[in-house]
Write a new protein. Structure first.
Length: 384
């Protein structure tokens, strides 16, 4: 019996070493070992993707992390609320760059690198990032492949080809597991009516899907290899202490809140709604808490439904009218996976409506533009 126990113990140690071995190199180079305390105070991090640079037709130049900023995120890691807040900033926001004049924010990366990107985002939001992290598109491909893919519901056909850049997007609608190449196409596609805003909404849906994949049993098994795969493809000013604290914070499984910079199309880009932005910043970045829920009556709800759900949508509209809400119907090509309420805001309205209907709610920039709230209808609507 002792020999059997010893054998099983050694087998366990061997399996653990095999699982953790890919982390050895990154841990030595980056000091990436979780600290027991985690974060002691909130940390604001600017995260953005660097578009590939080219030295010739279809030939990618060596990575300098100075391409146009493709995805721009202001991330608030809040250990007090045990929450990660991701504010997506559209690349088409105009900003006055010191020493350069007016440019769209994505141009700050090739003009002045991370320092100018931090200043540009601070001028837009009023929030100065403590640290930065810039990643290349190669990190996305390799990380997703190392995780075994990410399951995403592609809402419509996505087709686009850029032969010079070597980008070929060809995705069919439906829920499917995307490998690294397809995930890059899904996250970079913007050839539709919403342009970059639609792409940001898909990115936020991908964040939630990625979180579910990483925290799944198979995702946890593959996580060390994913970390090792992306490690050569990022640049940051995070210290070793920062990295260890962030990893320690991540082990506490914080809540994820994803937001879209409030605004509207205008002026050849994305015009920021300052009042709505101030409300989000006071709630999620200044730590002032969430205000009491206002009355939902009179608010505008976008009712999202898919093929074959017309009758269900009519019943849902009647229920929402009975609550005093105004409703706009928003049909989509792919039936929503679940019934839920979305709000790109402080969340008090979403919580109130979700509780009134008995359905879950999320704070997310995936909400329909122009509406106060979004109600997605899944296979079942328990409130009908």
């Amino acid at each position: 019996m002792r020999r059997l126990f010893l054998g099983l113990f050694l087998l366990f140690i061997g399996a653990l070493a095999f699982w953790a071995y890919p982390l050895l190199g990154p841990a030595v180079r980056q000091g990436a070992l979780p600290s027991r305390e985690g974060l002691r105070a909130p940390l604001t991090l600017l995260v953005y993707g660097s578009s590939p640079e080219y030295s010739g037709y279809h030939q990618r130049a060596p990575e300098r992390f100075r391409g146009l900023a493709d995805t721009i995120l202001l991330v608030r890691l809040d250990p007090v609320a045990n929450r990660v807040v991701v504010l997506s900033i559209p690349r088409d926001v105009w900003v006055n760059l010191p020493g350069y004049g007016w440019y769209k924010v994505n141009a700050a990366s090739p003009l002045g690198g991370p320092a100018l990107m931090k200043e540009a985002v601070a001028r837009i939001t009023g929030v100065q990032a403590d640290r930065y992290l810039v990643v290349s598109t190669e990190a996305l491909r390799r990380g997703v492949d190392a995780l075994g893919g990410v399951r995403v519901c592609v809402e419509k056909p996505m087709r686009y080809r850029d032969t010079a850049a070597g980008l070929d997007i060809n995705l069919e609608p439906g829920c499917q597991v995307l490998d690294g190449k397809k995930a890059e196409g899904y996250l970079r596609f913007r050839k539709d009516a919403l342009g970059d805003i639609g792409r940001i909404q898909r990115q936020q849906a991908f964040f939630h899907a990625l979180k579910e994949q990483v925290l799944s049993p198979s995702g946890l098994l593959r996580l060390p290899r994913a970390v090792a795969a992306v490690e050569p493809y990022f640049q940051t000013d995070l210290t070793r202490e920062d990295r260890g604290a962030i990893l320690g914070f991540a082990t506490k499984q914080p809540e994820l809140v994803s937001l879209l910079l409030p605004g509207r199309f205008g002026g050849g880009g994305w015009a920021v709604d300052r009042q709505a932005l101030d409300e989000l910043l006071s709630t999620y970045f200044a730590g002032e808490g969430v205000a009491e829920a206002p009355e939902v009556a009179g608010k505008l709800v976008a009712l999202v439904y898919g093929p074959g759900q017309g009758a269900l949508a009519e019943k849902a509209r009647e229920r929402l009218h009975a609550l005093g809400l105004r409703v706009i119907l928003h049909p989509v090509d792919l039936r929503p996976v679940r019934t839920e309420v979305l709000e790109n805001g402080p969340g008090v309205l979403a919580k109130a409506l979700g509780e009134a209907l008995g359905v879950p709610y999320r704070i997310s920039g995936e909400a329909v533009l122009g509406a106060d709230l979004t109600l997605r209808l899944g296979e079942e609507a328990p409130f009908l």
